[in-house]
Design a protein around this ligand. Structure first.
Ligand code: NAD
Length: 354
């Protein structure tokens, strides 16, 4: 038996995690996975219920689960709460407690949605990459000073530290991901300026000797940002540090033109965490029109990375391809000539195609 901890969170969270559970239940039957689901609160819902965004009970459940399926947290109602208990603290708390050291974001442009991209259709048709971002190190976690006076002027500083084991751990994940893909890793750094980047580049090159079938390419982050807009099809797996990954993964996400369709995984030492990349979409919460595909594809990643069941993961991805090919669309991706469906109808249609 495998226990999935489901944390709907706020806004559209409930609708989209329910949709993903519907699909996972079908996959569980088909592949005899014996999945069980246990729902817990976090974010604004938890602030309302118990006064904190990440109750101990939720964290304890995460520790005992085989994987975590998350919706989204936040909303206007909690915008003015004390900063120490903001809904987003739930995410940071889980990330820290579970040692989630890698964020994986597939960026795939679905053929029939290529015209939604802000880039030219011919540039994005066929884009299929994954960004592997280091998540618990680098400048976001280094020592910092908010304010000090030096030579009579106020200044602030942050520091970036990366160790060889940290770089090896994230790069290994990138090389392993490339093995079942198009066998190309692009490591992104700023080795012309930063010492951490030079260690990063050297460590990745050393590790690459264990993966002789994988092509390794290095790009400076400024060039990588340009290349993502100029020729995104060249990328298969991108591996990079926390801050560069934060920026590049948002840039890459936007080229798909459909935020509701994008999944993500955060891989941890204790367990792993799966969520769509979008937020709680308060403007459409409760209307039954949120696109559940990002969450459903996150569930596919859960099957791939936590349960190591590639066939089950692919069964979901193929079913998503089929519903799109059959012209079913939630309002966010609707166009003339396609069929508009609700969150629930989309989930049911994907389930029926598994
Ligand atoms: P958002 O991603 O929630 O929404 C941006 C826009 O995209 C909105 O117009 C929304 O309707 C649309 N959208 C998002 N997901 C969609 C879906 N599945 N289907 C159809 N349309 C979708 O970002 P925001 O409006 O900046 O933030 C809203 C709240 O979410 C804030 O409180 C923010 O802090 C929070 N947030 C949470 C997370 C998270 O939990 N991981 C991430 C980002 C933002």
């Amino acid at each position: 038996m495998k226990k999935i901890i489901v944390i709907p969170g706020d806004g559209v969270g409930k609708e989209i995690t329910q949709a993903a559970q519907l699909v996972l239940t079908k996959v569980s039957e088909k592949f005899s996975l014996d999945l069980t689901f246990e729902e817990h609160i976090a974010g604004g819902a938890a602030i309302d219920a118990v006064g904190v965004p990440l109750p101990d009970e939720t964290l304890e459940a995460c520790r005992n689960g085989d994987a975590i399926l998350f919706g989204a947290v936040g909303g206007k109602k909690w915008d003015n709460v004390d900063p120490s208990i903001r809904p987003e603290k739930a995410l940071l708390g889980i990330r820290k407690a579970m040692g989630l050291y890698a964020n994986l974001r597939p960026v795939k442009v679905f053929d029939c949605l290529a015209e939604k991209s802000p880039l030219k259709t011919e540039l994005v048709r066929g884009v299929d990459m994954i960004i592997v971002r280091e998540l618990v190190g680098g400048i976001y976690f280094g020592e910092r000073c908010e304010s000090e006076i030096k030579n009579g002027v106020e200044q602030a500083w942050d520091t970036e530290i990366y160790s060889v084991p940290e770089i090896e751990r994230i790069s290994k994940l990138a090389f392993e991901s490339a093995e079942s893909r198009r066998k190309k890793v692009t490591s992104v750094d700023k080795a012309n300026i930063l010492a951490t980047s030079r260690l990063w580049r050297k460590t990745v090159a050393n590790l690459s000797k264990n993966y002789s079938d994988i092509e390794l390419d290095n790009l400076y982050v400024d060039n990588a940002a340009m290349q993502l807009a100029l020729n995104p099809k060249q990328f298969d797996v991108i591996v990079t540090s926390n801050m560069f990954g934060d920026i590049l993964s948002d840039e890459a996400a936007v080229i798909t033109g459909s935020i509701g369709m994008m999944p993500s995984a955060s891989i941890g030492e204790l367990t792993s965490f799966y969520e769509p990349i979008h937020g709680s979409a308060p403007d459409i919460a409760g209307l039954g029109i949120a696109n559940p595909i990002g969450t459903i594809l996150s569930a596919a990643m859960l099957l791939r990375y936590s349960l190591k069941n590639e066939s089950a993961a692919q069964s979901i991805e193929n079913a998503v391809d089929k519903v799109l090919a059959d012209g079913l669309r939630t309002p966010d991706i609707y166009d003339d000539g396609t069929k508009k469906v609700s969150t629930e109808e989309m989930a049911q249609a994907i389930k029926d195609r598994i």
